[in-house]
Design a protein around this ligand. Sequence first.
Ligand SMILES: NC(=O)C1=CN([C@@H]2O[C@H](COP(=O)(O)OP(=O)(O)OC[C@H]3O[C@@H](n4cnc5c(N)ncnc54)[C@H](O)[C@@H]3O)[C@@H](O)[C@H]2O)C=CC1
Ligand SMILES: Nc1nc(O)c(N)c(N[C@@H]2O[C@H](COP(=O)(O)O)[C@@H](O)[C@H]2O)n1
Length: 228
Amino acid sequence: MTERPFVFINSAMSADGKISTKERKQVRISGRKDFDRMDSLRASSDAIMVGIGTVLADDPSLTVKSQGRKLERKQAGLEENPARIVVDSKARTPLDADILIKGEGMRIVLVSRSAPADRIEKLREKATVVCAGDDEVDLAAAMGKLKAMGMKRLMVEGGATLNWGMLSAGLVDEIYTFIGNLVIGGRTAPTFVDGDGFPEKEILKLDLLGAERMDEGILCRWKVLPEP
Ligand SMILES: NC(=O)C1=CN([C@@H]2O[C@H](COP(=O)(O)OP(=O)(O)OC[C@H]3O[C@@H](n4cnc5c(N)ncnc54)[C@H](O)[C@@H]3O)[C@@H](O)[C@H]2O)C=CC1
Ligand SMILES: Nc1nc(O)c(N)c(N[C@@H]2O[C@H](COP(=O)(O)O)[C@@H](O)[C@H]2O)n1
């Protein structure tokens, strides 16, 4: 039995691979169809996870938007929204973040042992706080804990640093990349995957499962291949 959920990343990037501007300002990259596809993926997941960088930059709610999908979840005995998870080593999630206050459903903040006790206490009033790792969140250990909590299917929605953390730790099964019809530019603008980058011999290989034209861009679905 696998020790972690099935994990997939969904990301929208410009034709030059950027996921936001150099000021980390959110850009509308997806069109209507792609946002709807993303919503469907959200509704089919047990949990949706983002990094604290995304919470601080975008203040996303990560809720399911379609009334029909929310109803379907209700009819299946689920809450309207999947659990929403923030990877937040130092417990910096603002108490009025949309992810904590909008919509029903479980909230989980993944922290490390370096998180201040008073911040953890405050967050506990609004979310389940799970600790994994010493200085930063140990993502592999966190995945094990999420699986033990019943999470079988986990959607990761970025940003660039968390995508690197998950991919470099070998914790991702599939990736959806939507490539939109814009060029954002900027050497410091976040890309789909930032972090330290793989050494040449360890560059990650993918298998293309599908590609289709969507809105004014292209959607690709990739399987992450195990290291040889
Ligand atoms: N176009 C898109 O699909 C999306 C774009 N974004 C963009 O991404 C940007 C945010 O990305 P980032 O600044 O890179 O922040 P991020 O959202 O990737 O969060 C990274 C932070 O997570 C925390 N963390 C704790 N443990 C970690 C670990 N083991 N590995 C990795 N991170 C760990 C660290 O504090 C780290 O700085 C924003 O500009 C946002 O607009 C975010 C989501 C989707
Ligand atoms: N899939 C996708 N396409 C785009 O064009 C985007 N700008 C984003 N951005 C991310 O979506 C999240 C917003 O979620 P809510 O609407 O608040 O539920 C946020 O994290 C953006 O970074 N995604």
